[in-house]
Design a protein around this ligand. Structure first.
Ligand SMILES: Nc1nc2c(ncn2[C@@H]2O[C@H](COP(=O)(O)OP(=O)(O)OP(=O)(O)O)[C@@H](O)[C@H]2O)c(=O)[nH]1
Length: 206
């Protein structure tokens, strides 16, 4: 069993006054695009968000084949790593592909590769250069959740904090580029980035 955990509990402050998760990206709400891309490689989909986002995000899946489960933050604004911990509570699969809602170019073949690489380990985490791509990685749900809770307990809410507690496989740039292109990690933070992505998607007929 494999899960996708989509992180959407952020405030989209760089984006403006709307929630980027449900912003219309070339005809499809961005989070729906992310889920549609990865649905084929997972058995369940969990979305982590704040309670005030749930209705609008649910609406984005009204006519979808997948029926995502919601793991709503008990405490909002505690950061993405707390969101991962919350989301993993709702995951029944052993492994979860964690992905941010603002990565509409996420490559399902890369998610598949991460699941394969994570097998028998606590995590498979890409690292392009010095930075871990923690919001596009596969984690074994139970140890990752426990590592997150331990880090939060010691007031360390950094997204990399749980990694040191995990027996993980790290994918370097060479391995990443053998399987996919770095477009998979592209995240849309500003209106300008979003508008450029719309043009690209329209240009490719996507
Ligand atoms: N649950 C939860 N998720 C968060 C939080 N902050 C960010 N996220 C999620 O983590 C991912 C990465 O965050 P960012 O790309 O910075 O998104 P954001 O925080 O909405 O955007 P900015 O406000 O512009 O920084 C996104 O999928 C967010 O939805 C938080 O405080 N709680």
């Amino acid at each position: 069993m494999r899960a996708a955990l989509v992180l959407a509990g952020g405030r989209s402050t760089r984006f403006g006054d709307r929630d980027k998760a449900v912003a219309d990206l070339a005809g499809t709400p961005m989070i729906r695009r992310v889920v549609d891309r990865v649905a084929g490689v997972v058995d369940e989909v969990v979305i982590n968000c704040r309670s005030d986002q749930e209705d609008a995000i649910s609406d984005a899946f009204a006519d979808a084949e997948v029926d995502p489960a919601f793991a709503v933050d008990r405490e909002p604004d505690a950061g993405p790593m707390a969101g991962i911990a919350r989301g993993l509570e709702a995951v029944s699969a052993e492994y979860a592909f964690v992905v941010a809602c603002d990565m509409p170019f996420v490559d399902p073949a890369f998610a598949e590769h991460l699941f394969e690489r994570a097998a028998g380990h606590d995590a498979a985490v890409p690292r392009l250069d010095e930075w871990f791509q923690t919001t596009q990685a596969v984690y074994r749900a139970a140890p990752m959740r426990e590592a997150c809770l331990r880090a939060l307990e010691r007031d360390d809410s950094r997204i990399v904090a749980p990694l040191s507690d995990l027996e993980k496989v790290v994918l370097d740039r060479e391995e990443i580029e053998r399987v996919t292109s770095v477009e998979t990690f592209e995240n849309l933070n500003t209106r300008e980035e979003f508008d450029r992505a719309v043009e690209r998607l329209r240009g490719d007929g996507r």
